[in-house]
Design a protein. Sequence first.
Length: 276
Amino acid sequence: MNEEETQKMEEVSKISGEFDRMAKLLVERDIELSKANDILREVDKVKSEFVSVVAHQLRTPLSAIKWIFNFLLEGNAGEMTEEQKGLLKKGYESNERMISLVNDMLEVTRIEGGALKYDFESAHIEEMLNQSLVDYIGQAYSKHVTIVLDKGDGQFPPVKVDKKKIQMVFQNIIENAIKYTNEGGSVIISFKKGKDVMETAVKDNGIGIPEAEQKNIFTKFYRATNATKSQTEGSGLGLFVARSVIEKHGGKMWFESNENQGTTFHFTLPYATPTF
Ligand code: ADP
């Protein structure tokens, strides 16, 4: 071996040594990263458990408060003046918002923890809406927003749903429509019979969603700039939860919106029995 070859061999062996050292370092880093990941996962689990326990604990007193408000508003503790009733209604609505937030928080921890339990049954979507409509009408009334129910041609085939979860979807979508619509506006809820799915649409003529922000709207905790400016309260959890619930049912959720003109949210749900 001449001198030049020896030199090359030494270089190759140096590079190969360096390569081995880097590879070892990479393996060490990989082990460290995977340990850090395990710790992060554990912290995340503890955080979710904490949120879940707190939310569960909050539900009982909030339900009790709802019961008391209802009891008083129905006049069971004596007649009240219109002013007193008005104040109680405001309290009732704030409590409802709190219940909805706590439910959304719980659902988010379930979605993220993969602990989703759904009890599917066959039900009529328009009947499910009717059951909770009185709450939305109350909220709309105090804001002078009109709610119109467009049942189209009336009779629809039943859909396969977890009723409680779909009530949550209605609550999030309809309350948003009322919340993001100015005094005197309107909200139209309509149903449409598709081939394999029932479609529900909730249309408002409110503040709309700025085009540049529309792609973020289903992201957890995201609130559009015009929503935060409008001084409405919100957590940015409702749509994340609503879309997850609909997708878990095998449906889809989407929207169209124009800023300062209004927004329409649509969602589909498969029929309980397939149609041919
Ligand atoms: P929030 O608690 O903030 O209402 P959501 O997850 O329900 O959270 O909605 C996310 C964001 O989407 C809202 O903060 C708002 O910017 C926008 N948004 C939802 N519904 C409407 C609507 N009907 N009109 C205008 N903006 C809406």
